[in-house]
Design a protein around this ligand. Structure first.
Ligand SMILES: Nc1ncnc2c1ncn2[C@@H]1O[C@H](COP(=O)(O)OP(=O)(O)OP(=O)(O)O)[C@@H](O)[C@H]1O
Ligand SMILES: Nc1nc2c(ncn2[C@@H]2O[C@H](COP(=O)(O)O)[C@@H](O)[C@H]2O)c(=O)[nH]1
Length: 204
């Protein structure tokens, strides 16, 4: 029987660098993962391509996906829906490939309930002041939104204890190396556990 792939979930507070780290991982020619393209109701930013960066949907289309149970998880984030199409995730895992999700924390906790065997990685900032600095420097948020994201970030950072690993995003390249190493180590660990059980069953 085909061994299932690993579901890898990268999450963390707004502005920590999830998108930046994910893009760096997928720009590497030898990347080990399949990226799950999310659906969203937000408008495309300059250069974003439908089906590559996101599946851009109207609110009606997105709500239909919710009703038809076509999303593994979804969340409303800063006035827009974001969600993970479930079919792609299941089919890719069944084909033995590792699937990588980059999602915010509410969505990650929904995935944890449905896929407790997933690998959950929390991307953490070097400090709260550096987190604020990143959100401000990105220049996409008003002063008021920066404040509300920082308030939310404190609560989100509390949730890091629910994750399997915490990776500090001090430097993008180092964070990517840490994530790749965690996945390799996790594969070794899981295969060893499975091997032990196979042996046990053979003896019985
Ligand atoms: N290691 C790092 N050092 C310095 N700046 C960084 C680092 N990682 C990301 N950044 C910068 O921080 C800002 C926020 O990054 P990014 O948009 O990837 O965060 P995010 O977690 O995906 O945010 P959101 O959840 O709000 O979409 C960007 O300007 C990015 O260039
Ligand atoms: N719960 C989900 N969150 C998602 C998904 N895809 C992306 N995201 C997160 O949304 C925010 C904003 O993204 P942006 O592209 O508008 O900057 C960010 O934190 C992403 O991680 C998803 O499918 N589900």
């Amino acid at each position: 029987m085909q061994e299932k792939g690993l579901l890898i979930v990268l999450s963390g507070p707004s502005g920590v660098g999830k998108g930046t780290v994910r893009k760096e991982i997928f720009s590497q020619p030898d990347t080990m993962f399949e990226y799950s393209v999310s659906a969203t109701t937000r408008l495309p930013r300059e250069g974003e391509v439908n089906g590559v960066d996101y599946f851009f949907k109207t609110r009606e289309e997105f709500e239909k996906m919710i009703q038809e149970d076509r999303l593994l998880e979804f969340a409303e984030y800063v006035g827009n829906y974001y969600g993970t199409p479930v079919d792609y995730v299941r089919e890719t895992l069944d084909a033995g490939k590792d699937v990588f999700l980059e999602i915010e924390v509410q969505g990650a906790s929904q995935v944890r309930k449905k896929f407790p065997e997933g690998l959950f990685i929390f991307l953490a900032p070097p400090s709260l002041s550096e987190l604020e600095n990143r959100i401000v420097t990105r220049g996409t948020e008003t002063e008021e939104i920066v404040k509300s994201r920082m308030k939310a970030a404190r609560e989100e950072i509390e949730m890091m204890k629910l994750y399997d690993y915490v990776v500090e995003n001090d430097q993008v390249e180092l964070a990517c190396e840490r994530i790749n190493s965690i996945v390799v180590a996790e594969h070794c660990r899981r295969e060893r556990v499975q091997y032990r059980y196979k042996k046990m069953l053979e003896v019985d």
